[in-house]
Design a protein around this ligand. Sequence first.
Ligand code: MG
Length: 218
Amino acid sequence: MHKVSDISIEADVLAENRKLGQDNLRHLRSHGVRSLDVMGSIGSGKTLLITKMAVEMKKKGLRPAVLAGDVTGEDDFSRFQAAGIPAVNVNTGKECHLDAHLVDHALDKLDLDSIDFLFIENVGNLVCPADFPLGTDMRMVVISVTEGDDMIRKQPLIFVDSDIAVLNKIDLLPYVDINVDLLDRDYSKVKNGAKLHRTSAKTLEGLDQLFRAIDIDL
Ligand code: MG
């Protein structure tokens, strides 16, 4: 059982993170950088979705960059670099989420005056990142059609705490046994009637609507 002291330490950590997050947001905005925290399950297609969105942005003259968050390794970071997108690798060591302090340090490695839009790819899972806002304009959560239709019901908090939710890999819908109506209904229920966006990072389907949802006019 939690002791009172454990609970107050946790509350302090969360409050400190929120304060640092607000500093990050001010910092980014002072350089005219808009930002999106991309959360979601492992294998939901966050890296490819960000890559495709960033490539589309570049075609229209916007200058995107990515903070690539993972527990260890440089796999996602290398994929962003290979796609010609400026990126910084952020390893959490063992933590299952990024936090505002890690982001603050990572921002020092970017030339914010040469960036218009920053994607932050959070560590892949639907639990830990919810409690740690990083100081972005918006937060988005990504799930995919291969994960089953109970994702939202099982982990509602991250959907409640984000601004946008995406059901990715819809190109695979003919091959999976999933009730999308159920996901739509669960999302609408936890998010006051809001709609789940559908995308395929592979075919680019749904990207136009997603750009509109994050207020990017391409
Ligand atoms: Mg990834």
